[in-house]
Design a protein around this ligand. Structure first.
Ligand code: NAP
Length: 493
């Protein structure tokens, strides 16, 4: 890297997505003096998943003091676990404080990006075409709603909504509501709807282990103290980080922590007093194999007389409700699909084409793969935030986005210093990295015999199989030059 040439022009940078990771990266760029970037956002506001998800009862299951950016610690959190709207407001505030709205094109969907003559040609849905030196995909992975193909669903007389597309114009009063799905979303929805409507029917395909918790508000005094002593916020962040690091040990190795969590969730289930209901709610797999659901309200809600748990499979839907495999019609006035997301799509259906016409679909024919979660061979100057194997189970994505932004900014600084023109990881490095993760997968809890969105086509988890701390260390270290293909400034076309 000795043939550095100083540059006269800053890099042109496109960030796709203005959610957690888009905001985080944009701020990191600004702080490093990169101001010539454009954020493309197909929706009308900041916030990503926290903008899209507005269903009743949405609460983040990671404590507020940890689910935030370290560069924008918020002393004003109203409770231990923040609600969806509070997190969305926080993200909008951070974005506005950093004047990101001035660099964001709302209502502008990126359709594709093609690497051509040493730069990226970015095309929007409106047909605009622009060239950038770098493309940073901050599109998240929980944003394409999974709408199950249940026979007869279009014939249902009442509204059918996906949890991530809640329709607030629908008056819930007096409605018998069916909730399909028992993940974090389904359990939160049932907990919130119970008692608010005449009947809630929860359709469960697979039972979930539930980790108990207690949510509590922060008093005015607590907020004042946190405002006056910012170090307290840092300490609280650090404390949560330690707890989550310990929890992650249970995810990645069998052992005492895994057994302890199993004991806690089994004990929590004991609050369900009816033996038949308890039997139905007992999963047949280990705790944490699926993403662990955290709730202080679900078991109380599901034991209410106006809540019914249905474990018979759904056969079809009629005008009047859901018919289960035993032939029973569950009469309903509204159906909620809490059926999750296509988490393996990442930035697709955006059409991304790298060098020699290689498309992202071709590169990911066997499933999403990346180098260290952020880069792809044959896709020079292309970075991903929360890309393949970056999700860390219950670990906050704010922390992952910060660490990945650090790596991306590091490369941009080297570009600015004239060290290279384009960079992409080698196939060998990427294959080696993915092989190591595959080898580590069997000791993780995610492969202990359950179905979940964590698993890819090959049945292996598409998650980082080690501790979050190990990833931070990896992504914050100096990249090893042997792992990359760099083209030099002299060869610029
Ligand atoms: P999910 O965990 O993927 O759960 C989807 C649910 O729908 C599962 O119970 C699944 O059953 C069921 N389902 C899917 N298709 C079905 C069908 N055709 N018939 C019957 N049931 C069907 O989705 P999610 O609950 O929306 O959560 C997704 C992720 O979002 C979470 O894992 C988490 O990362 C995030 N999230 C976080 C929070 C938070 O508090 N931080 C809150 C909500 C969501 P099976 O289990 O049998 O597949």
């Amino acid at each position: 890297m000795s043939s550095a040439v100083s540059r006269s022009a800053p890099p042109r940078i496109a960030i796709v997505g203005a959610g957690i990771s888009g905001i985080c990266t944009a701020v990191a760029l600004q702080r490093a003096g990169f101001t010539d970037f454009t954020v493309f956002e197909k929706a009308a506001d900041f916030g990503g998943t926290w903008r899209d998800n507005t269903y009743p009862g949405l609460v983040c299951d990671v404590p507020s003091r940890y689910y935030q950016f370290r560069f924008a610690m918020n002393p004003e959190w109203s409770q231990l676990y923040s609600s969806g709207p509070e997190i969305k407001d926080y993200l909008v505030k951070v974005a506005r404080e950093h004047r990101l709205h001035e660099r964001t094109r709302f209502g502008t969907e990126v359709k594709g990006a093609e690497f051509e003559d040493g730069a990226w040609r970015v095309t929007t849905a409106g047909g605009e075409v622009e060239r950038f030196d770098f493309v940073l995909c901050a599109t998240g992975f929980l944003h394409h709603p999974n709408r199950p193909d249940i026979p007869g669903l279009p014939e249902f007389a009442g509204p059918v909504v996906h949890s991530a597309r809640w329709d607030h114009s629908i008056d819930l009063a007096g409605r018998r509501i069916g909730v399909i799905g028992t993940g974090s979303t389904g359990t939160q929805l049932v907990s919130a709807l119970a008692g608010q409507v005449p009947k809630v029917v929860m359709f469960q395909r697979t039972a979930q282990w539930i980790l108990p918790t207690v949510n509590r508000p922060y008093s005015r005094v607590t907020k004042q103290v946190y405002r006056r002593i910012p170090l307290l916020g840092t300490a609280a962040y650090g404390f949560n980080r330690m707890i989550f690091a310990a929890f992650s040990q249970g995810l990645i190795h069998p052992g005492r922590i895994r057994s302890f969590i199993q004991w806690v969730v089994a004990r929590n289930l004991r609050q369900v007093t009816d033996p038949e209901l308890r039997r139905k709610l007992t999963p047949d797999y280990q705790a944490m194999c699926k993403r662990l659901v955290v709730s202080d309200r679900f078991y109380a809600a599901v034991q209410r007389p106006d809540v019914e748990l249905v474990t018979e499979g759904i056969d079809h839907v009629t005008r009047d409700g859901v018919v289960t495999a035993d032939g029973r019609l569950h009469e309903l006035d509204m159906i909620v699909l809490a059926t999750g997301f296509d988490s393996h799509a990442f930035m697709r259906p955006m059409a991304i084409t790298g060098t020699d016409g290689r498309t992202l679909d071709q590169a990911w024919a066997d499933g999403p793969r990346a180098f260290e979660g952020v880069m792809l061979p044959d896709f020079p100057n292309f970075f991903m935030l929360i890309g393949p194997h970056s999700p860390f189970a219950n670990h906050p994505l704010t922390a992952v986005a910060e660490a990945q932004s650090f790596r991306i900014v590091g490369w941009l600084k080297r570009w600015r210093a004239g060290e290279f023109e384009t960079v992409s990881p080698t196939h060998a490095a990427t294959d080696r990295y993915n092989a190591l993760m595959r080898a580590a997968a069997p000791s993780t809890v995610w492969t202990t015999g359950c179905q979940s969105w964590y698993l890819g086509k090959d049945g292996l988890p598409e998650l980082w199989p080690w501790s979050p701390g190990r990833y931070e260390k990896l992504i914050r270290r100096e990249p090893d030059p042997v792992d990359y293909r760099l083209s030099r400034v002299e060869s610029r076309k």
